[in-house]
Design a protein around this ligand. Structure first.
Ligand code: FES
Length: 75
């Protein structure tokens, strides 16, 4: 039934980042990474592709549990 269908808009995980592009792909050269860097996986960061902590508000608002991908140099 139509009432049970979710709109296409609610199925999109990217609400606003680079919507003019067909696909958002980011390239990072390994030399750019210092000791530790966090990449956004919630698609709500103002510093995308880097995490700015926006996932906290998203999780609180929606009950979701997303967080960043953290890359760090092995010790
Ligand atoms: Fe998106 Fe942190 S802001 S994972």
């Amino acid at each position: 039934p139509a009432a049970n269908r979710r709109s296409t808009k609610t199925l999109k995980c990217n609400p606003s980042i680079c919507k003019e592009k067909e696909k958002v792909v980011d390239f990072v050269e390994i030399e750019e990474i210092c000791k530790k860097v966090s990449y956004c996986r919630c698609w709500r960061s103002k510093k995308f592709p880097l995490c700015d902590g926006s996932h906290n508000a998203h999780n609180k608002e929606t009950g979701d549990n997303v967080g960043p991908l953290v890359l760090k140099v092995a010790e």
